[in-house]
Design a protein around this ligand. Structure first.
Ligand SMILES: [Zn+2]
Length: 189
């Protein structure tokens, strides 16, 4: 029998929709990139309506983007945030984004993280997570976020991770609505 080997790549549109060289100076700039990842994923049909991006906090340098790739790879763990963490760590050659003497990193995600991605946020080494649409927005499409409790968020905050919710929520939620109108696949509902 042939044992499986995983190979994970960005969809082709990333090459033409991501500017890796410009600094993303404001929270708005950074969130709009995460939302753009979710939108392109929907309009090109490469996955669910969720996008993410990771930046150096101080400089605004873009380190990675992520987009939901569950259906594309038949892989239930490939949420947008997971893709962003994996790509950032692969790029930096480090299993943590909180390396001693290195820059701090932050996650922007177009929707509140699910239980898996919230756990991964803790292990990833980011020191800030900024979220767009909220779990009710996702739930309206019958996407579930799993066991995320107020205590879960408190736990991360106590570990030094700043969490911002509902940032540019309406812009982020517009992509969820677009997905709903397009009758996109709901893979965990
Ligand atoms: Zn997730």
């Amino acid at each position: 029998m042939q044992l499986p080997v995983l190979h994970i790549e960005y969809p082709a549109w990333v090459a033409s929709h991501v500017d890796w060289d410009r600094p993303y100076r404001t929270d708005e700039d950074r969130m709009r990139l995460a939302i753009e990842m979710s939108r392109q994923n929907v309009v090109t049909g490469t996955g669910g309506p969720f996008g993410a991006a990771i930046f150096e906090r101080a400089s605004g340098k873009l380190v990675s983007v992520g987009m939901n790739s569950v259906v594309r790879y038949n892989n239930s763990t490939l949420h947008g945030e997971m893709m962003a963490f994996m790509m950032a760590q692969a790029r930096l050659g480090s299993f943590t984004l909180r390396a001693k003497d290195g820059p701090e990193h932050e996650l922007f995600t177009s929707c509140d993280p699910c239980a898996m991605c919230l756990g991964a946020t803790l292990w990833s080494g980011v020191t800030r997570a900024v979220c767009g649409a909220d779990r009710e927005d996702a739930f309206r499409l019958h996407f579930e976020e799993g066991p995320v409790f107020p205590e879960s968020l408190q736990y991360l905050r106590k570990r030094g991770i700043e969490i911002v919710a509902g940032f540019l929520r309406e812009e982020a939620n517009a992509v969820l609505e677009l997905y709903r109108q397009n009758k996109g696949v709901i893979y965990n509902g």
